[in-house]
Design a protein around this ligand. Structure first.
Ligand code: ARG
Length: 461
């Protein structure tokens, strides 16, 4: 077999097998093939429109490219390590298939602007998938929030019972975290969607090309302004992986709540047999492994963005081969984040809350203590003094092992003569959540209005 390279004109000696294996990327960057082919088709049409190649050559090349698309689809495409990467494998195959016309496909182009183009198309498509997957998760969460708009649970700060909240409110907090991720990915997409094609190896090209034409054909919003920057820039990959890492952190925090809620000591939620696994040794176990893995996988996402930043930090302008190392972390980020979004959507739609257990936990934690303090404020006591009075009430309730609303009016009045029998309205969990009736608060009415707003936002996408 002819092992000569597309670039071997100035070489006398053969490439070492070690070098071939070490520098090859075709085994992973073949994933870019569909984008590489789309870029090449746009480039060829443009070359013809600009009379750089003849209509006959263009026709032959496009026919050859169509066959390559077919071969790749049928897994019969001959990927070869000696041709390094996706770009040269396709070009070599094209020349094999159609002969001399194939040798013109690379006119006015370099692998450096080619790979930058491929990567931007890949990231753009990945973002579009992720945007959809985020919306699907949000809409699943909104549905559960709707069911649980009145469900009372202890709201925590410092992992200690703080004030009662509704489960619906908690779920909508997740929806807001995801909303920022959705926006961040969308913002990032605008900077991804710029065409570097036509930047050549680093300095542009001497052929009379039409960069606007290829950009329009590939759906890019604009063309890059500086060829040196365009072939070397991977900000868009870092930015995307950064947005994905933050999304992963949000998913991890959600997963952590689920692990806590489903634990033996908490039992707020049943994640369902379909989304738990057992222990090989302990027959009683039903473990939240899916949630734990979502939490664990956020580590990879952080690792990937860190790898990419370190990859770039020492690179002089313009293109350097280091950049070939950008692909595996990027691909891993896309796969990981999509898998996490998908499994979380399914698991969360399936989970079942235990409303009684949650309510009982909210009662246990003296979660209405702030309501008692606020009550005293309304009776004319400065908040700081009210806070101190309620602190003493709590100590006494703890000593007796009772809840606040089990203390008699006489006992309560012993702490403050301002307390009257209407105090029991505020000591109840329902009274406490209903009182938090400002926009952004946990009152069931507010939760329902927030759900409407979320649904409108999602429907507008
Ligand atoms: N496989 C290379 C990459 O991923 C493509 C560009 C190579 N360019 C070059 N001049 N060696 O970045």
């Amino acid at each position: 077999m002819d092992k000569s390279k597309l670039w071997s004109g100035r070489f006398d000696g053969e490439t070492s097998n070690l070098t071939e294996a070490f520098t090859a990327s075709q085994h992973f960057d073949r994933r870019l093939a569909e984008y590489d082919l789309a870029g090449t088709i746009a480039h060829v049409r443009m070359l013809q429109a600009c009379s750089v190649i003849t209509p006959g050559d263009s026709e032959e090349i496009l026919t050859g490219l169509r066959q390559i698309i077919e071969e790749i689809r049928e897994h019969s495409f001959p990927w070869r390590v000696e041709h390094e990467d996706v770009h040269m494998n396709i070009e070599v195959r094209l020349i094999e298939l159609i002969g001399d016309a194939g040798k013109k496909v690379h006119t006015g182009r370099s692998r450096n602007d080619q790979v930058a183009t491929d990567l931007r198309l890949f990231v753009r498509a990945a973002i579009d998938q992720i945007l959809q997957a985020i919306s699907a998760l949000q809409s699943a969460l909104v549905d559960v929030a709707d069911r649980e708009a009145d469900t009372i649970m202890p709201g925590l700060t410092h992992l200690q019972s703080a004030q009662p909240v509704t489960a619906g409110h908690h779920l909508l907090a997740w929806v807001e975290m995801l909303e920022r991720d959705w926006q961040r990915c969308g913002d990032c997409r605008r900077r991804v969607n710029i065409s570097p094609l036509g930047s050549g190896a680093l300095a542009g090209t001497s052929f009379p090309i039409d960069r606007e034409m290829t950009a329009a054909e590939l759906g890019f919003e604009d063309i890059s302004a500086n060829s040196l920057d365009a072939v070397s820039d991977r900000d868009f990959v870092i930015e995307f992986c950064g947005a994905a890492a933050l999304l992963g952190i949000h998913l991890s925090r959600m997963a952590e709540d689920l692990v806590l809620w489903s634990s033996e000591n908490c039992r707020f939620v049943d994640l369902g047999d379909a989304f738990c696994t057992g222990s090989s040794m302990m027959p009683q176990k039903k473990n939240p492994d899916v949630a734990e893995l979502v939490r664990g996988k956020s580590g990879r996402l952080l690792g990937n963005v860190t790898s990419l930043m370190v990859l770039m930090k020492g690179q002089p302008l313009s293109y350097n081969r280091d950049n070939q190392e950008d692909k595996e972390p990027l691909f891993d980020t896309v796969d990981t984040v999509l898998a996490c979004l998908q499994v979380m959507t399914a698991m969360l739609s399936n989970m079942r809350f235990d409303r009684e257990v949650m309510r009982a936990a909210a009662v246990r934690g003296y979660a209405t203590a702030t309501d008692l303090a606020d009550y005293l404020v309304r009776k004319g006591i400065p908040f700081r003094d009210a806070h101190a009075v309620v602190g003493k009430v709590i100590r006494s309730a703890q000593d007796q092992g009772v809840d606040l609303d089990q203390l008699s009016l006489d006992v309560l009045r012993g702490f403050s003569p301002h307390i009257q029998d209407d105090v029991y309205d505020v000591l109840s969990l329902e009274g406490s959540i209903a009182a938090r009736d400002q926009v952004g608060g946990t009152a069931p009415q507010q939760v329902r209005e927030a759900i409407d707003r979320c649904r409108q936002r999602l429907a507008g996408r």
